[in-house]
Write a protein that binds this ligand. Structure first.
Ligand code: ASP
Length: 468
């Protein structure tokens, strides 16, 4: 018999149906046993009475989280037993057959609470149990809705969604790369993308004009509470857009998203204020101002754009200039001598989008003039040969007809965690790592077999005692 969802039973009054799921709770009232069955749609009450001896004996042994299938008849509940809090609250199932698919040990923690009170180590180790929690299921559902919305919106605006490689070459986004050794090319490595930056620019040279991707990015950064080694961006790149047009696009996208999926939220200011980096520092003492009128209000969203960042910043430790955003950002001047002479004074076509004091995205117009890009790399301390070795593919591509272009990336995990009032991004990711980059569920990073290392031409020089 075909299985239906528990929430569909309300359409089958008096009929025989089959439902499957997990046991949410078992309660005895006198001689009657009530089993709440949970599936992805919600909860349904099943009533076992002593008259049906065999079924009753099975029911007596049922425990929470057992997985069962039940065939039974849907009946109206007696008036005073109606539970208005749940959708199936006016019906209950009288079983005719039951099958116990699997038993379950006592769970390591409760799943009928918010979960915030449980140690995160435990929650992540048993994430598949943690995810049974209603709050997390809702977060995953909202994540899908948001991604679906973004896709639809951008496709309607003429954007093309394109997947770019995961095994690629280092792209400088200011973090360390994750490297993947090549078996076929001894001593050579792929890098996991810190972002699809160079590919999305190459797609502009390819004439795509409007690109987007829900992109996974990888950055080997030191542990920070609100960072993950891998995270998801809404990555966008367009040709022939000015900065203002890109900001307008993002604003429109966000306004529509909030209106459609988070109608209870109030946006403090529309259009989103545009503040210069300098002004932000002077007035708010931060480049990520929190412009909420009532910061304790959960439903207030205060967006702003911060623009006109300096192109370079001096890295004391490394004794060199570095790009504030990334080297592909277009300086506000194209005078090469000025860029080289006064790097600290040059501004960039760079913009961040800030929400409630958190940077949720950033982007820039890109340098599409080869000489300017070379000058930027030079300021950052790269030698000419090195520039060509590392970025020759891009510089060469720019010799075959490159449109002026620019883009932005929104950190989806972070954006979502704010929209959902979650305290950190791990609450909106199905299988996050710990703050110090461990996957407690899979127990990774982990050792590999000596044969694997050999195939990859790798040798572990010295094994340090690891934390785990
Ligand atoms: N690639 C940049 C980042 O990941 C975003 C951009 O410039 O479009 O931050």
């Amino acid at each position: 018999m075909e299985r239906i969802l528990t929430q569909e039973t309300i359409k089958y009054l008096g009929k025989r149906v089959r439902v499957c799921g997990w046991i949410n709770s078992v309660r005895s009232h006198g001689k009657i046993i009530f089993v709440d069955l949970r599936d992805k749609s919600g909860i349904l009450q099943i009533v076992f009475t002593p008259e049906k001896e065999t079924l009753y004996q099975i029911a007596r042994k049922l425990k929470p989280e057992y997985v069962i299938g039940v065939i039974g008849t849907v009946e109206k509940r007696p008036e005073k037993m109606v539970n208005p809090k749940i959708k199936t609250g006016f019906v209950e199932l009288y079983p005719l057959e039951i099958e116990v698919f699997s038993k379950a040990k006592q769970l390591p923690f409760p799943i009928n609470t918010s979960g915030y009170e449980i140690s995160e180590e435990k929650r992540l180790k048993y994430r598949y149990i943690d995810l049974r929690r209603e709050r997390l299921r809702r977060n995953l559902e909202m994540r899908q809705k948001v991604i679906h919305f973004l896709r639809e919106f951008l496709i309607k605006e003429g954007f093309l969604e394109i997947e770019t490689p995961i095994l690629t070459k280092s792209t400088p986004e200011g973090a360390r790369d994750f490297l993947v050794p090549s078996r076929l090319y001894p001593g050579k490595f792929y890098a996991l993308p810190q972002s699809p930056q160079q590919y999305k620019q190459l797609l502009q040279v390819a004439g795509i004009e409007k690109y987007f991707q829900i992109a996974r990015c990888f950055r080997d950064e030191d542990p920070r509470a609100d960072r993950q080694a891998e995270f998801t961006q809404l990555d966008i790149e367009v040709s022939f857009f000015e900065q203002e047009e890109i900001l307008k696009l993002v604003e429109r996208l966000i306004l529509n998203l909030v209106k459609e999926l988070f109608p209870q939220k109030r946006i403090s200011q529309i259009p989103f204020p545009i503040i210069s980096y300098q002004k932000a520092l002077e007035k708010y003492k931060t480049e990520k101002p929190d412009l909420r009128k009532t910061p304790s209000d959960h439903d207030e969203l205060a967006f702003c754009f911060v623009v006109d960042f300096p192109m370079f910043e001096w890295k004391e430790k490394e004794n060199r200039w570095d790009a504030v955003h990334h080297p592909f950002t277009r300086p506000k001047t194209e005078a090469i001598s000025e860029i080289k002479k006064n790097p600290g004074k040059i501004l960039a076509w760079q913009y961040d989008i800030v929400l409630n004091g958190v940077e949720i995205g950033g982007g820039s117009l890109r340098t599409y003039k080869k000489e300017v890009l070379e000058a930027v790399f030079e300021v950052m301390g790269h030698k000419k040969e090195e520039i060509w070795e590392k970025f020759g593919h891009l510089l060469e591509a720019f010799e075959y007809g490159v449109p002026p272009h620019g883009g932005i990336a929104l950190g989806l995990d972070r954006f979502l965690s704010i929209l959902l009032n979650e305290p950190n991004i791990r609450e909106v990711i199905a299988f996050p790592k710990t703050g110090d980059n461990r996957d407690l569920l899979m127990n990774s990073p982990a050792k590999v077999m000596p044969e694997q290392l050999k195939e990859l031409h790798l040798k572990i020089v010295k094994e340090k005692k690891s934390k785990t």
